[in-house]
Design a protein around this ligand. Structure first.
Ligand code: FCB
Length: 454
């Protein structure tokens, strides 16, 4: 048995997002978001579940902060529903929505939990989607107006800001399976990703100019270590391209103020993307981040059968399960060494950035309740392995200062609805009763002792 002790001051947290937990989708003047629209009007989400009520956190935030307090969380990462603040995306502010986050933040601070705000976790005001969503440069201006209001209003109390959650997912991936428009549109997704990076840089710039600029600002990327299925040259090329699309396309702009040349060329050939606007690169150059948030759940295995495959990036992902590996309920490989590889690589190739793990966790079966505790041993094992990888990376000199488990509680898991559960705390959606899982007790002890036995 080995005891792992994390550095003093390590920031232990948990994460959620607005649409996934708040509910109250049309209360107190909130505007409609794209996710309200998707759930109500498109037949995509499993069981036609919606976030209309979700965990009812909008009404139960006090109880939820108490759970966080009992867990001993040092920080809580949550996102703000943009249409709760600006029902039409811009212009008129909704005072009741502003009040909700005031109350939540004040409640957190009264319980000595640091609020960490994600400005955008996918719930775009639908009125901005109608004018083109992230493909439209006008949306950048609305986002900056929203960000600016947020810093001015909450920045006296909130000292860590995240501009976007997982741009890869809501641009390239969502567009590539036609989530918003019912059409596969990878080119649109690429243009959206370029615009999001510009919006990010502007939001950093505005933060530095705001009256409350004494905190830290960063972005959260979902990153994955990419491994070849064999050592063939073709498979190595496949790694380079998927790493280019899923990692470097997002890391390079925010950490090097550039886009990877090989991907620019490839995307020009396959999708005819326009050149990156010069002003975007200048903005990125002038507005570096204070920290990089990393979300990681698994690793990606890739391979190509022919040169031709290399121009169809989707074909390169190997979705076949390997017999010797363990998989989560999401079908994701448990691959904690991958997180170690990823962290040490970013440290090496991107000049030793300050990193927070802003999401990591596991969907697993947890339908057994013994003596009032929901049994989720698989999750505990997963967290043990991943935190050990985090610890090893820190020991190797990676500048990693905190970890946020996904998620505080079970919640609405996007197109999977309520069928996938990631919480430390179980939610009974009929009664809204919160029940601690074994992993919650385990995590509480990790925080208390700043480590654990492995
Ligand atoms: C991430 C999302 C988060 C949650 C987890 C499981 O991609 O950021 O909202 O759905 O996956």
């Amino acid at each position: 048995m080995k005891t792992i002790i994390f550095p003093d001051g390590f920031l232990w947290g948990a994460a959620t997002s607005s649409y996934q937990i708040e509910g109250a989708w049309n209360e107190d003047g909130k505007g409609v978001s794209v996710w309200d629209d998707i759930c109500h009007n498109k037949k995509i989400v499993k069981n036609r579940d919606t976030g209309d009520i979700a965990c009812d956190h909008y009404h139960r935030y006090k109880e939820d902060v108490q759970l966080m307090k009992d867990l001993g969380l040092k920080a809580y990462r949550f996102s703000v529903s943009w249409p709760r603040i600006f029902p039409s995306g811009k212009g008129k502010i909704n005072v009741k929505g502003v009040e909700f986050y005031d109350n939540l933040i004040n409640e957190l601070l009264a319980n000595e939990i640091e609020p960490v705000i994600t400005l955008y976790h996918w719930d775009l005001p639908v009125s901005l989607h109608t004018i083109g969503g992230w493909e439209s440069r006008d949306v950048i201006d609305s986002y900056v107006e929203y960000a600016s209001f947020m810093y001015d209003h909450y920045g006296d109390r909130v000292k860590k800001w995240i501009t976007f959650n997982e741009p890869l997912v809501f641009t390239l991936w969502f567009y590539s399976f036609g989530l918003y428009n019912y059409k596969r549109d990878i080119r649109g997704g690429l243009i959206a990703s370029i615009n999001v990076n510009a919006a990010h840089a502007k939001a950093v710039e505005i933060y530095r100019q705001s009256k409350n600029s004494d905190g830290k600002i960063g972005i959260t990327l979902n990153l994955s270590p990419i491994y070849p299925v064999s050592s063939s040259e073709l498979d190595k090329k496949a790694v380079k391209y998927i790493d280019g699309r899923d990692n470097r396309w997002f890391l390079d702009p925010v950490l090097k103020a550039s886009y990877p040349n090989d991907m620019l060329k490839l995307f020009k050939v396959i999708y005819n993307i326009p050149p990156i606007p010069k002003e975007d690169l200048i903005l990125l150059e002038n507005n570096p981040i204070d920290f990089l948030g990393i979300n990681n759940y698994s690793c990606t295995r890739v391979g190509a059968k022919s040169e031709e495959d290399l121009t169809h990036l989707e074909k390169l992902i190997n979705r076949k399960k390997l017999e010797c590996r363990e998989y989560s309920e999401m079908g994701l490989e448990v691959c904690s060494n991958g997180l170690f590889d990823l962290l040490t690589r970013i440290d090496r190739e991107y000049n030793h950035p300050l990193i927070y793990i802003t999401e990591n966790g596991m969907a697993c079966k947890d339908d057994k309740n013994i003596d009032g505790i929901v049994q989720d041993d698989d999750r505990v094992n997963y967290l043990k392995q991943y935190l050990e990888a985090v610890y090893r990376a820190i020991s190797r000199g990676v500048n990693l200062k905190g970890y946020f488990v996904w998620s505080l509680m079970d919640n609405f898991e996007w197109i999977y609805g309520y069928s996938k559960k990631f919480g430390l705390i179980h939610i009974n959606y009929d009664t809204q009763k919160r029940t601690w899982k074994r992993s919650a007790y385990w995590y509480r002890d990790v925080i208390k002792t700043n480590g654990y036995n492995i």
